[in-house]
Design a protein around this ligand. Structure first.
Ligand code: PLP
Length: 369
């Protein structure tokens, strides 16, 4: 008895994963190397350099965690927080809430800044939080909240956080390679992202980067990092080029895929890629609004690559979504939390950010509605 699984091509327009370029799929089918093979180590060095270019950073401690975006989140928090530390976390959706959970498990005392879902955190709220907690170890915030489609401005908050002497930690899982993001210029101390959103590689890896100030905090820890696997003091040696020693077996084929996906991003150019996401977003917006969809997030804070929309009056969102998937092979995302059953989350990320994708979706909707 054998079990067969032959996936048919889907059109991925949800909150991730996004469609993957055939070049990336081809890269994954290449023969395996041993993960300490000099040729593989050289390829990992190239991955590191391309991740630095895409984050726009010169941070030396830049590498890829062998696990999905959530592990990147956990890597940043478990390494920078020790039991008893105070921190501030901004929560305006699912992923801010996840950061609170992780920070509490680190034994940190968490001060939350709660903002209505679909809105962004204002600099004044950060100032107020600093009154209650004047010397936090770090402030963590989500750049692109995928549960709502809100894009968080970062620069002003970064200034306030540094004036208070704290580290600035950013979730860039959905923003990376889709909207403007400049790690050094915006003085971000610790940042993580994922591969399956605007980078358009398969899920399962998490590029991260740490500033000198963050490395200093790491070096001055008094307690061991709670997680063995994510302990940077050990993992960073694994990404240290020729001196590499065994830590865990790298997911070889996934790193091949990431290498090719990063090449594709840099061939297009970051700015051209940001502009493409914005242009396709404007096209999608026109098409959806013409059919009676309404945006959840106010215009200035709308994330171009993840569009949260209320359906037209009288639509059964779950039935329509399942018809899109089963009859047209198109995936769109459902709402989370209070928005469950009320909105769709339409992703146009990476390879899925094309007018052809939008036309497929709206063509199918015109037949179904
Ligand atoms: C998807 C996502 C994550 C988690 O990434 P996984 O790869 O699913 O673990 C974290 N933060 C944000 C903002 C995300 O969109």
């Amino acid at each position: 008895m054998t079990y067969k699984f032959n996936p048919i091509p889907r059109v991925l327009m949800g909150p991730g994963p996004s469609d993957v370029h055939p070049r990336v799929l081809r890269a994954m089918s290449a023969p395996l190397y041993g993960h300490l093979d000099p040729l593989f180590v050289q390829m990992m060095d190239e991955v590191k350099s391309m991740v630095q270019q895409c984050f726009i950073t010169e941070n030396l401690l830049t590498f890829v965690v062998s696990a999905p975006g959530s592990a990147g989140m956990e890597t940043c928090l478990v390494n920078l927080l020790e039991p008893g530390d105070e921190c501030i976390i901004c929560v305006n959706g699912v992923f801010g809430g996840r950061m609170v959970d992780i920070a509490e498990r680190c034994g940190a005392k968490v001060h939350r800044i709660d903002t209505e879902w679909g809105k962004v955190t204002e600099p004044d709220q950060v100032k107020k939080a600093l009154d209650a907690c004047p010397k936090p170890k770090l402030l963590a915030i989500v750049h692109a909240e995928t549960s709502t489609g809100a894009l968080q401005p970062l620069e002003e908050i970064s200034k306030i956080v540094h004036e208070a002497g704290a580290l600035f930690v950013v979730d860039a899982v959905t923003s990376f390679c889709g909207v403007p993001l400049e790690v050094d210029k915006w003085q971000i101390d610790a940042i993580y992202t994922g591969t399956q959103k605007c980078l358009s590689a398969p899920p399962g890896l998490s590029p991260v980067s740490f500033s000198e100030a963050a490395v200093k905090v790491l070096d001055n820890r008094k307690t061991k990092v709670q997680s063995w696997f994510l302990d940077l003091t050990m993992v960073k040696n694994y990404w240290a080029g020729a001196k590499r020693a065994y830590h865990h077996t790298a997911p070889v084929s996934s790193v091949y895929a990431l290498h090719e996906a990063l090449n594709i991003v840099l061939e297009e150019g970051l700015e051209a890629r940001w502009a493409r996401h914005q242009e396709v977003h404007q096209y999608l917006r026109k098409q959806l609004e013409a059919r009676g969809f309404r945006f959840l997030v106010e215009e200035p804070y709308r994330l171009p690559n993840l569009n949260s929309v209320y359906l037209p009056e009288g639509c059964d969102e779950a039935a329509l979504r399942s018809q899109l998937l089963n009859k047209y092979n198109i995936e769109v995302g459902s709402g989370l939390g209070a928005f469950a059953g009320k909105i769709w989350r339409v992703g146009i990320m990476g390879e899925s950010a094309t007018k052809n994708h939008v036309n497929l979706l709206t063509g199918a909707l015109d037949e179904l509605m």
